[in-house]
Design a binder for this molecule. Structure first.
Ligand code: DQA
Length: 148
């Protein structure tokens, strides 16, 4: 099966307890399990990771670049200012930027993304379902799974 990395940045490991009015009640562990299942049904080997350390994220993006695999990327706060993450993401063949919340309806500092210009597409504000939509797009592009 084709590997897809779903990479998550700082504070997303606290899903379920972090600002549930914004991010919902589902835990990161439950999200991860769900996305692995969704991936399997789409013919994708989904690996879900989360880090609070920028260098670790950069390393994972290098890994994706070397593997030539698709990435679903919620870089969280790094989205808005990390040139290191943007430079690493730019080496990845295809990545989809995902945000759980509608960043454009929030504080002005969330309106700018250093990642969007090189992303295949951006999904924001559709809750955790945004990750599923991103995986469905990857499967369609790769021609895997029932909907491919
Ligand atoms: C987020 C939005 C970011 O502005 C924020 O820093 C996050 C999560 C989202 O998924 O809505 O941590 O990327």
């Amino acid at each position: 099966m084709t590997t897809v990395l779903v990479l998550n940045g700082p504070n997303l490991g606290r899903l379920g307890t972090r600002e549930p009015d914004v991010y919902g009640h589902t835990t990161f562990a439950d999200l991860s399990e769900h996305l692995v299942d969704t991936g399997r049904s789409l013919g994708l080997d989904v690996q879900v990771r989360q880090t609070d350390h920028e260098g670790e994220m950069v390393g994972w993006l290098h890994e994706a670049a070397d593997l030539g695999c698709w990435v679903v990327l919620n870089a969280a706060a790094w989205t808005h200012y990390s040139i290191a993450v943007a430079d690493a993401a730019a080496q990845v063949a295809h990545y989809i930027e995902v945000h759980i919340s509608n960043v454009y309806a929030r504080e002005p500092f969330r309106h700018h993304s250093v990642l969007s210009a090189k992303a295949v597409g951006v999904i924001a504000g559709l809750g955790l379902g945004g990750y599923d939509l991103a995986l469905a797009h990857v499967a369609a592009e790769l021609g895997t799974g029932a909907t491919g």
